[in-house]
Ligand binder design. Sequence first.
Ligand code: ZN
Length: 130
Amino acid sequence: MMHGPLPDRDPFDQPYWDAARAGSLQMQRCRSCDRFYFPPSPRCAHCASTQVAWTGLSGRGRIWSWVVFQRRYFSDMPPPYTVLRVRLDEGPFLIANLVDAGDRAPTMDAPVHVVFRPAGSLVLPQFVLD
Ligand SMILES: [Zn+2]
């Protein structure tokens, strides 16, 4: 698949990428306040607890906002392409490309679900319209 620069990596995100490679969307869930958060961190983003565990999500959410790129920024990623900010059903936001939309345009609050696409050395979570 086309992709621009791959995400920067940090010491805490390996489980996220391992799960994506296995076809699962996982994020950290706090055992103290029960909430999910993203991006990965050793402490809960809501209550600062260190009692957190990688947990699977449904991969479902709704479009919160989006942008359609009309200008070429990356040689291997010709425009137009659409990047979504999705509010996942479990609460966290995830920014990712909209793929396989055909002629369908994104709309506010439209339901989407995650798919996993190889991109260089990673497998990237992306979204498709329901
Ligand atoms: Zn918490």
